[in-house]
Design a protein around this ligand. Structure first.
Ligand SMILES: Nc1nc2c(c(=O)[nH]1)N[C@H]1C(S)=C(S)[C@@H](COP(=O)(O)O)O[C@H]1N2
Ligand SMILES: [Mo]
Length: 258
């Protein structure tokens, strides 16, 4: 598994949607002898790639307080029984530390108070689960980009991995522990936060207490709950079953952009 495979993956996805966009102009292009040539030219390719990259930086839609779902649906792990997690929870997460390590200049270990002191963001967004339901919630958390800048990413860092405190599937080799990974475009997206509050209260256990990822341009399974450790890596092939996340290891797409 290489970076270029993933790059190619999302580039191809982008080119496919760029191609769909120009379908409307198809008649004009095919009637124009230069049309097809232009689409295949390096200049045309560069423009479409630029549009794709700009699109990935666009903000997800934000909603009004009145839009907040009264019963935001919890999904997947909702009450982890892993002994380490239970011990933290039973002390109200007083001993919780978020570890930031891997390809960083300054590894960090931060308490919730220290996380709350980081530059934060509050947003009301819609969560879309791949199973076909959506809920709208208000989230407050530390901006992941600020956290990563504080740790200082090394040049060869390409992905950010979130190691979670819950085991979703019991396996002999430990590959049932939830984890996720995102690229640096999503990591530095302004709406990407490590949320410690939901709907103006402390983040409930069912929704990932004490800390969960909000990565608003991605489907629900990318939003890692119960985040214990943030690791910067060059590649994720050595983690879990090698596909970059718990659900990716079980067949879901690594890039789940919305
Ligand atoms: N650690 C962990 N994170 C997780 C999951 C999980 O089971 N464990 N489920 C994922 C899925 S599929 C969804 S839709 C969302 C659900 O978030 P919610 O419980 O706040 O609705 O969390 C995602 N993150
Ligand atoms: Mo989901």
């Amino acid at each position: 598994m290489t970076i270029s495979t993933h790059r190619r993956g999302w580039l191809q996805a982008g080119l496919a949607s760029a191609a769909a966009l120009v379908l409307g102009a198809c008649d004009r292009i095919t009637n124009n002898p230069k049309g097809i040539g232009f689409l295949a030219s390096a200049e045309g390719l560069t423009r479409r790639v630029q549009r794709l990259v700009i699109d990935r930086k666009a903000l997800a839609r934000e909603f009004k307080p009145a839009d907040i779902s009264p019963d935001f649906r919890p999904n997947g792990s909702i009450d982890p029984t892993d002994p380490d997690y239970v011990a933290l929870r039973d002390k109200g997460f007083a001993d919780y530390r978020l570890v930031v390590d891997g390809l960083v200049e300054r590894p960090l270990s931060l308490s919730l108070a220290e996380l709350r002191a980081l530059p934060s963001r509050t947003q009301i967004t819609r969560h879309d689960c791949v199973e076909g339901w959506s809920s709208i919630g208000k989230w407050t958390g530390a901006r992941l980009g600020s956290l990563l800048d504080q740790a200082g990413l090394k040049k060869n860092a390409r992905y950010i991995v979130f190691h979670c405190g819950d085991t979703l599937e019991q396996t002999l080799d430990g590959s049932g522990q939830y984890y996720e990974s995102i690229d640096l475009i999503d990591a530095y997206h302004p709406q990407t936060i490590l949320a410690y509050a939901m709907n103006d209260g402390a983040l409930p256990v069912a929704h990932g207490a004490p800390l969960r990822l909000r990565v608003e341009r991605q489907l629900g399974y990318k939003h890692a709950k119960y985040v214990m450790r943030v690791e910067a890596v060059a590649d994720y092939a050595h983690l879990g079953r090698g596909k970059g996340g718990f659900w990716e290891d079980r067949g879901y797409e690594w890039y789940a952009g919305i």
